[in-house]
Design a protein around this ligand. Structure first.
Ligand code: SDX
Length: 430
């Protein structure tokens, strides 16, 4: 990594800061010593121009619409790999050898069962709870069941906790779904691959065999790959910040789940599908486009726009293709939702407002249609996102914990409140 310096003046003070250059992408100005040398902070509330860490895991070029996992393009991984191979790549930095892949699959698979008492944990929640509320609660509770893998200073415990989280997320997600239906929980089966196991835990019932659709299993596995990691997004930054205090990995991932739930982030897939259902027909699209452009209307086109992508989200293209495959498998030729989505995309991409603001469909625009066609209720969409993103969250958490320069994250502020003033006893107040 080459380093040079950059200077800038504040009043009559000239400040020189080191500039660090990575392997690809924008260089960074290391402002670590800015406060000490100027008594001033930088100010960047949405972190639009702020790099929070060094990372080797995922690279995004927003202008070119490029997404690389450890250097490999997302479309190549999605087409040729599987989700557990992607999890291995994100965790360890290289594609596994056949032996490594077999061993990793074996070990993750044998962590898919959860402590039997967790079944009773769910009983404390209402059946009509949102599955994301159930997932937040149950992931946080894992640290109450697996405290033998919460010592983050022990590499072995860090690895066991990582495997437990990747292995158990689908099981907890399926349990949240079954609980909402009032159906019995279905145990994982070790002779099934990751996505087939998840489909069976969601859709099988004790009274009959469940036939797993290989097209659905492949489509779901690809959806998991697309959602696995995405640089320093809001939920990953939450996991890193929680981890920087030394919190155990189960608590950190629960924090990531909570952040992902927001409709501006992972909750957008649920919001996007609800929006398409509310639009209903192609004729209604202009009304919604007008609302999205109206500064006085808080409505935004869900599934559109991105903090980093100012081009088509590469994942959205693969998501659209997967959507066609699933609808094809179901023999659905004319899905009204897909018709509205494609017309909406066409109209928005030719509209001056969206062109000028570089708003393109993101991963959440087509994922909802696909998941709904596969039988998942809208409330489960962000849960599936969380299952997939656990691989990325854990990889990013591991990278941070193993970084010798890591310290607790503690931002400062621009204070705009009351200057110092004396307390007024209540007897002297009006
Ligand atoms: C994910 O960060 C990641 O990597 C996230 C993610 C991941 O994998 O982790 O990719 C997953 O979260 C994808 C994004 C899902 N969210 C949505 O689809 C919700 C709808 N999108 C918007 O809320 C918005 O685009 C954001 C939150 C995604 C990005 O917001 P930014 O970068 O903060 O941009 P902005 O809000 O400042 O918008 C810039 C302008 C604004 O207009 P002006 O104030 O400049 O006049 O574009 C407008 C916005 O009003 N705008 C939109 C819009 N998105 C932005 N206008 C209408 N519809 C939209 N969708």
């Amino acid at each position: 990594m080459s380093a040079t310096t950059g200077s800038f003046s504040i009043g009559d003070t000239t400040v020189t800061m080191p500039v660090k250059t990575g392997s690809i992408g924008p260089s960074v100005v290391d402002i670590g010593k800015l406060y000490a040398s100027t008594g001033m902070f930088t100010y960047d509330p949405g972190f639009t121009s702020t790099a929070s860490c060094e990372s080797s895991i995922t690279y995004i070029d927003g202008d070119e619409g490029v997404l690389l996992y450890r250097g490999y393009p997302i479309d190549q991984i999605a087409e040729q790999g599987d989700f557990l191979e992607t999890a291995y790549l994100l965790l360890y930095g290289e594609l596994p050898s056949p032996t490594q892949k077999k061993d990793f699959d074996y070990r993750i698979t044998r962590h898919t069962m959860v402590h039997e008492q967790m079944a009773r944990f769910f009983q404390g929640l209402r059946r009509d709870s949102h599955p994301m509320a159930v997932l937040c609660a149950s992931v946080g509770a894992l640290s109450a069941f697996y405290h033998d893998s919460t010592d983050i200073s022990d590499p072995k415990q860090r690895m066991v906790a990582s495997f437990r989280l990747i292995g158990k997320m689908p099981t907890l997600a399926a349990m949240a779904y079954k609980y909402s239906l009032g159906q019995p929980f279905i145990y994982p089966k070790n002779d099934l691959d990751y996505s087939s196991n998840f489909l069976r835990m969601c859709y099988a019932v004790p009274c009959e065999d469940y036939k797993i659709s290989s097209v659905f299993a492949r489509a779901l596995d690809r959806i998991f790959i697309l959602h696995a990691d995405h640089e320093q997004n809001a939920s990953t930054s939450t996991v890193r910040l929680a981890g920087s205090s030394g919190a155990n990995p189960f608590a950190c991932i629960a924090a990531g789940v909570a952040c992902l739930w927001g409709p501006a982030h992972g909750g957008a897939n649920e919001a996007a599908l609800k929006m398409l259902m509310e639009i209903g027909t192609v004729e209604n699209i202009p009304k919604f486009i007008a609302r999205a452009k109206d500064k006085n209307d808080p409505f935004r086109l869900m599934g559109f726009g991105h903090r980093v992508y100012k081009n088509y989200d590469p994942r959205a293209k693969i998501m659209q293709r997967t959507c066609y495959e699933v609808l094809n498998e179901l023999g659905i030729k004319d899905s009204p939702l897909l018709e509205v989505a494609m017309a909406l995309e066409k109209i928005a991409l030719s509209d001056e407002y969206f062109i000028e603001k570089k708003l393109y469909p993101n991963i959440d625009f087509y994922s909802g249609i696909t998941l709904k066609a596969m039988g998942f209720p809208v409330s489960m969409f962000t849960v599936l996102f969380a299952v997939a993103r656990t691989a990325g969250w854990i990889a990013q958490w591991k990278e941070m914990i193993e970084d010798p320069s890591q310290k607790i994250g503690r931002p400062r502020q621009l204070y705009v409140g009351a200057p110092k003033r004396d307390y007024v006893p209540i007897s002297a107040r009006a």
